[in-house]
Design a protein around this ligand. Structure first.
Ligand SMILES: [Zn+2]
Ligand SMILES: [Zn+2]
Length: 253
């Protein structure tokens, strides 16, 4: 199984997960045109995609879904709550899933789990190839036992490290936005993410990548040392997904 990111952050998110002849686009927060361009950078043609899988309906995760899904006739996997927020002309393409039940899209098994976030019915995922598992967790205000159980023992983790608390506190964000971002239905800060890493089984981990970093209220220079401390590993081993270029293909073996 291999995976890559087209970009990660509040201006757009999209992740690729690929195994054998199945390639999933997880979220599509860029315009369809921009998504096609970014896919090309990773040597993927949009017509080679198998499906789009959506975590939740916030625009930085669904901006390009409607146009891309219709253009390439891609099935769109979403929970009922997320699906209810998508435009009517994409409804025919929707395949609903329950965030409590595993399902497969061709060669990839998907284990969704519900997360606390200010959306209708948000979920995040562990992708399984039969041999390896890849956990994805972004857009979540706090950790829960369900999350910790789901992410324990994964071979790779894409984990939100949204903001540095002090930087957010001192930022020019209006109070209500600070409250939203740092709240229990907002986003994980660096310390919360590090604590999560310390708590779960990371003994199989081949890749760790920090995701959804705030461009204004965070910095890779803060995240990398914290994650390396939590995992007791070299700082250079910590991957960081950027807003502009995400990260290049990585492989599990
Ligand atoms: Zn987001
Ligand atoms: Zn969100």
């Amino acid at each position: 199984m291999r995976f890559a990111s087209l970009g990660s952050g509040s201006r757009g998110n999209a992740t690729l997960v690929s195994h054998k002849r199945t390639t999933l686009l997880v979220d599509c927060g860029f315009s369809a045109k921009e998504t096609e361009k970014r896919l090309q950078r990773l040597n993927v043609n949009a017509d080679a995609l198998t499906a789009i899988v959506i975590t939740h309906e916030h625009s930085d995760h669904i901006n390009g879904v409607r146009v891309l899904a219709r253009k390439y006739k891609l099935p769109v996997y979403a929970t009922a709550g997320t699906a209810s927020c998508l435009s009517a002309d994409v409804k025919a393409l929707i395949a609903e899933f329950s965030s409590h039940e595993s399902f497969a899209i061709n060669d990839i098994e998907i284990n969704p789990f519900p997360v606390p976030h200010d959306a209708r019915e948000p979920s995040q995922f562990v992708f399984n190839s039969g041999k390896h598992s890849l956990g994805l967790l972004t857009d979540v205000g706090m950790s829960t036992p369900v999350i910790e159980q789901a992410l324990s023992g994964c071979d790779a983790l894409l984990l939100e490290a949204n903001h540095d608390m002090e930087m957010l506190d001192n930022s020019i964000y209006p109070e209500h936005l600070k409250y939203r971002v740092s709240g229990r239905l907002g986003h994980l800060n660096n310390v919360q993410s590090s604590k999560l890493l310390e708590k779960i089984d990371t003994s199989h981990l081949q890749h760790i990548i920090a995701m959804h970093l705030s461009e204004k209220n965070n910095s890779p220079n803060i995240v990398a040392p914290l994650f390396s401390q939590a995992l007791n590993c070299d700082e250079s081993w910590i991957g960081i997904a950027s807003q502009n270029s995400g990260f290049d293909w990585r492989e599990l073996d």
